[in-house]
Design a binder for this molecule. Structure first.
Ligand code: ACM
Ligand code: ZN
Length: 554
């Protein structure tokens, strides 16, 4: 039987509130996304007061971040400065946060809220941070505002929560090539991920229509490759295309990139950079035409789609170029993964290019698919030599997987299934469930989107573990990710409208075991959390969340 967390919680709070005076039980009690593994409501409430201390068993940089996140939530509406201190136990009215190896999951935690104190146990600082995100969602939405509210009292319902994620990888992607977003908006996006216990931000930084990361050794990439002369107006499939005639572009400096990585790190989110190769590389070719198969010149893309000009796999300069790029990228990004793209690479230039054909012959490759595989393997061995791992879109299966590659399955789940069977790690992000650039309701009356139909209910219904796989093979499924491609998403407001709340459904799919997922319950919790999103000024989608096509055609 599925749990009905919210409804049970409301009844329990009603019962427990009968004995309580002087304390307001927040209306939003127990509306937690993603739903915890288990939760028992107890009697009474905990009230944050001036005597509160946040006592941490082992205060280091990471546990301090988790503790200070809580302190800030209390400070925002009350103005109270709650000290974070090291210690072995907490007194009445205080919070005790302790690292405890009895908690088996690396990101798991237990949270005990009693009228006397709060005790959080986790194996790692990340677990402590996730407990704080749970506490956050149990506090009133006023904690999200940065202004003191006279007379406010912050209380939490007494409860016991045992929680851990179903998957180790819970991510959201963002394409900043087709359209760019200010650093502040990227931070807001990261905030939303963190609030819902996601741990990965996949940052798509290079593509045909713009190169967005400063590479100091290759300045043309941002001088030339970061700008397109104009942008297609309306849907790119409406031919003949018309263009706006306005230059568009920009890039993130290495300093800004570090700022975002650090910001994400302070929310226990790893940033995975994606540097596209060998396809989706027009911006690189416009900057350095010598790494193409043909002579050029090339222009940064002004319309959307897949382009024939790609990196030449026959030239050594191409590999030197990529290694120079990746050397700086690897220095910048502390996480273990580098995403090397690998998707949608037409082979038409390679078929005609003498150097590509020579490479096929010299290396004893069967065809252009194997040439792509050679390309990715070579990049993988460079990335591995620097102590990192590659992720690629599922096309990297074609021509044979590089030995350690993780596969991001986007053209359905088939690529993921094939990779898991080959004992390769997999991240599931299939278009029909996880592409948040697709329409989320009937297109009529909606702002222009790329196409498709992926309503919230559909996103929510995804189970990343394919039935076709054995229990052993399923272990290779690391988790799930939602993708936001931005061909038609040009403003922060529209980005938020498309990403949220669908990203929260991805978050729950990544965290809550499938057996505990219940869409009606999720919707009820979402309704409660909306006041919080309003407080955060989030332009989330407020229309039809159900899959009405499913209802229409059962
Ligand atoms: C992709 O959507 N081309 C990975
Ligand atoms: Zn070539």
């Amino acid at each position: 039987m599925k749990t009905n967390l919210l409804i049970t919680a409301i009844i329990m709070i009603f019962i427990s509130s009968c004995n309580v005076t002087n304390v307001t039980i927040p209306e939003n009690a127990m509306a937690i996304i993603p739903a915890p593994l288990s939760m028992t409501i107890q009697k009474g409430n905990f009230l944050f007061s001036e005597k509160c201390r946040i006592v941490v068993s082992a205060l280091d940089d990471d546990t301090k971040v988790a503790a200070e996140t809580l302190a800030l939530l209390i400070k925002n509406p009350t103005g109270m400065e709650i000290p974070v201190i090291e210690g072995t136990k907490a007194g009445r009215g205080s919070v005790f946060m302790t690292l405890d190896t009895a908690v088996k999951n690396n990101e798991g935690y237990t949270l005990r809220i009693t009228p006397k104190k709060i005790i959080v146990r986790a194996r790692t600082a990340a677990g402590l941070f996730y407990a704080v995100q749970t506490i956050r969602q149990l506090l009133p939405p006023d904690v999200e505002k940065e202004s003191v509210i006279e007379g406010i009292q912050l209380s939490l319902p007494a409860c016991d929560i045992v929680d851990e994620p179903a998957f180790t990888y819970r991510g959201m992607h963002l394409d900043v090539c087709r359209h760019m977003f200010p650093v502040e908006e990227i931070k807001k996006y990261i905030d939303m991920l963190a609030m819902h216990k996601m741990n990965t931000f996949h940052w798509h930084l290079t593509d045909d229509q713009g190169w967005r990361i400063e590479i100091k050794k290759l300045p043309e990439l941002t001088k030339t490759g970061a700008y397109r002369k104009e942008t297609v107006v309306g849907h790119a499939r409406n031919k003949p295309n018309i263009f706006d005639g306005e230059a568009y572009g920009g890039f993130y400096t290495q300093e800004q990139i570090r700022e975002i990585i650090d910001y994400a790190g302070s929310k226990f989110i790893t940033v995975i950079p994606e540097i596209e190769m060998p396809g989706h590389s027009l911006a690189a070719l416009a900057s350095y035409p010598d790494i193409a198969c043909t002579k050029g010149p090339f222009e940064v893309g002004t319309t959307w789609g897949v382009f024939s000009d790609v990196l030449c796999a026959g030239k050594e300069e191409t590999f030197t170029f990529i290694q120079d790029v990746l050397t700086e990228v690897i220095d910048l990004f502390p996480g273990k993964y580098i995403h090397i793209g690998g998707d949608e690479c037409p082979k038409i230039r390679w078929e005609k290019c003498p150097l590509c054909q020579k490479r096929i012959k010299d290396e004893g490759l069967a065809d252009e698919n194997e040439l792509q595989s050679y390309f990715i393997r070579r990049i993988e061995s460079f990335v591995t030599s620097k102590g990192k791992k590659i992720i690629g879109w599922d096309e990297i299966l074609e021509g044979g997987l590089a030995p350690e590659a993780t596969v991001m399955s986007w053209r359905g789940t088939e690529g993921g299934i094939a990779a898991a069977r080959q004992k390769h790690d997999v991240i599931m992000t299939p278009t029909s469930f996880a592409y948040l650039d697709y329409y989320q309701t009937e297109p009529a009356g909606q702002p222009l989107a790329i196409g498709g139909y992926v309503p919230l209910e559909k996103v929510y219904s995804f189970n990343p573990l394919p039935e076709e796989l054995t229990a052993e093979e399923r272990k290779y499924i690391l988790g799930v990710q939602g993708n936001v491609w931005t061909e038609y998403i040009s403003t922060p407001e529209y980005l938020e409208y498309m990403a949220f709340p669908r990203a929260f459904a991805i978050a729950e799919t990544g965290w809550t075991p499938d057996r505990l997922k219940d869409f009606d319950d999720f919707l009820a919790r979402l309704e409660v959390l909306k006041t919080r999103y309003e407080a955060l000024n989030l332009n989330y989608f407020k229309g039809e969340y159900r899959d009405t096509r499913k209802t229409a055609n059962p």
